[in-house]
Design a protein around this ligand. Sequence first.
Ligand SMILES: C[S@@+](CC[C@H](N)C(=O)[O-])C[C@H]1O[C@@H](n2cnc3c(N)ncnc32)[C@H](O)[C@@H]1O
Length: 259
Amino acid sequence: MLAQDRNSTVYDRLWNPKEYLSHYYSTAYVADDDAAIYEHLISFLKQENRTFAKIIDFGCGPTPHHIFPLIPYLEELHFADYVPENLQEISNWLEGNSSAHNWDMWIEYILKKEGFDSVTSKDIEHRKKLVREKSTAFKLGDLRKSHPLNDDSVYDLVLSFFCAEAATNSKQEWYKYMSNLFNLVKPEGKVFIVANAHAQHYDIGKKKFPEANVTKEDFYSIFTDSKFAFDSVEVEEIPIAEWADSGLKAIIIAKARAI
Ligand SMILES: C[S@@+](CC[C@H](N)C(=O)[O-])C[C@H]1O[C@@H](n2cnc3c(N)ncnc32)[C@H](O)[C@@H]1O
């Protein structure tokens, strides 16, 4: 179990899961960054053409939605985050608690991408049931630790969306956090990382949170310096206009296979 000093970062002092959900996940449509992420996840799954035994979404925040397309292709799913209230939000959603965020629109979007002509509430409930059945652990994690879960666990696929670069303003610390994250990857396991690029901060209402101003080149160099197969590294930058008022301009989607 990870020991936490709940006063050491901006996430201890300022973070509120409901405020985050209301700022970034209350659009009437699936936002451009998530649409781009879903496209990449779907083509990644096609390319892989397999089932993963154990997957983690590290730095999930209060959001379960990135794993919706992956659910049919995994046996066991773990969620991890630094903030316990974020994990509680996801549990509330899985338990069908009425105060939980409504992710039906994201599930419907994915089911349509999978070929459903029209999506019924029964179809949505079925995907939710799969998430519930396959989510076997909710873990506290801290990228500042060399094994961020402090339990020696490793995964066939490590997913992380907008986490390490949002945990620090320092490029040097980002580099360390990413190499710590990579300690969660099994030999020959995969990583699928999404990050905000060229950002100095991101906003939630009037509150400002860190960004490490990372670039594609930073990703290439961290993968080259770490234990990844050179020919497996794919890094793409995609401009995103949607969140310009919140300090964000573009996302990086990066994939690689560990040696
Ligand atoms: C921008 S949010 C991303 C949340 C979610 N993945 C998404 O795509 O919306 C950044 C997340 O990083 C987590 N975080 C911040 N510092 C962390 C640390 N040191 N270790 C692990 N997670 C951290 C925060 O709790 C928060 O949930």
